[in-house]
Write a protein that binds this ligand. Structure first.
Ligand code: NDP
Length: 285
């Protein structure tokens, strides 16, 4: 079997077009959705992510503010900036690019963002909402992975979904979203004994470990949908996922490539969350 390749770039474009229509409808009512992205420090990868987020907003005609703070910014100064943006009516989404420098408590930062503007979905209230099945803001990467499954026609209900990784930004919310869609969900971690036993039973396999090519074709159930969240930079400068694409695509039914799979969806869903936040403000919800 050769898997159907899930083309994240094309699907991201489709999804962006859908959200652009919603953004345009708001603009016609005099409301331009606005996103503020705060970056603290000079981390090169973070700078690229932030630049891409700002660019995506511009493409959809959204208002965006890019707040750059030096690496030695006191925690109180960052919290004051967040409070200012929380109160700014032009801004519907606020995010602080992680990681923040070590002297800043990232939990305090995430809790300082208004839950109504928490477009990353990391505030404990929004995490709780996701857990209780009343999702308000879905964390962008797993939200994007769910969209890829939906747009590819992969059915979820009643399927066995195995998520490898339990981070707060990918693994855990991914598992909760699959559960919400009535999958039977297993979460595997670095402590899982006999990982292949679980992966071989997965109808849907989501891999988010940061371990290059750790899932090989022989670990995959024939016909499974394989979502590779990993982004790893190899010694030759090329990117690869946590799944060994070449062997996996011979067994899987669907598979996401890296790059060009989950990656393009993350920022798309951030824009979607920002538009949704503005819609809620507009409707007073
Ligand atoms: P974390 O490092 O926070 O979490 C990795 C998880 O993988 C942990 O739960 C860890 O288990 C588990 N793990 C590690 N090794 C193994 C193993 N050998 N077997 C089973 N489980 C294992 O990573 P993130 O969730 O933040 O990111 C995961 C990957 O996704 C990275 O490559 C990252 O770059 C990528 N990513 C991509 C995004 C995108 O936009 N496409 C966005 C965010 C992340 P334990 O908890 O036991 O340590």
């Amino acid at each position: 079997m050769t898997a159907q390749i899930i083309d994240g770039k094309t699907i991201a474009q489709q999804v962006r077009a859908e959200w652009k229509e919603r953004a345009d409808a708001l603009k016609a009512r005099g409301i331009t959705p606005g996103l503020a992205v705060i970056i603290v420090g000079e981390d090169p990868a973070s700078k690229v992510y932030v630049a891409n987020k700002v660019k995506a907003c511009a493409e959809l005609g959204l208002h965006s503010e890019h707040v750059v703070m030096s690496a030695d910014t006191p925690e109180a100064t960052l919290l004051a900036k967040i409070a200012e943006l929380n109160a700014d009516p032009k801004i519907h989404g606020v995010l602080v690019q992680l990681p923040v420098p070590k002297h800043i408590d990232s939990s305090k930062v995430l809790e300082a963002i208004s839950p109504d503007k928490d477009v990353d979905g990391f505030h404990p209230l929004n995490v709780g909402a996701l857990t209780t099945g009343n999702m308000r803001f879905a964390p962008c990467t797993p939200y994007g992975a769910m969209k890829l499954l939906e747009k590819s026609g992969v059915s979820i209900e009643g399927k066995h979904a195995v998520v490898i990784g339990r981070s707060n930004i990918v693994g855990k919310p991914m598992a909760l979203m699959l559960l919400q869609q009535n999958a039977t969900v297993t979460i595997c971690t670095s402590r899982t004994v006999d990982l292949a036993k679980f992966t071989r039973d997965a109808d849907i396999l989501v891999v988010a470990t940061g371990k290059p090519k750790m899932i090989t074709g022989d670990m995959i159930k024939p016909g499974a949908a394989v979502i590779d969240v990993g982004i790893n930079r190899m010694a030759d400068g090329k990117l690869c996922g946590d799944v060994d694409f070449d062997s996996a695509k011979e067994v899987a039914g669907w598979i996401t490539p890296v790059p060009g799979g989950v990656g393009p969806m993350t920022i798309t869903m951030l824009v979607a969350n920002t538009v949704q936040a503005a819609e809620r403000t507009a409707s007073g919800k």
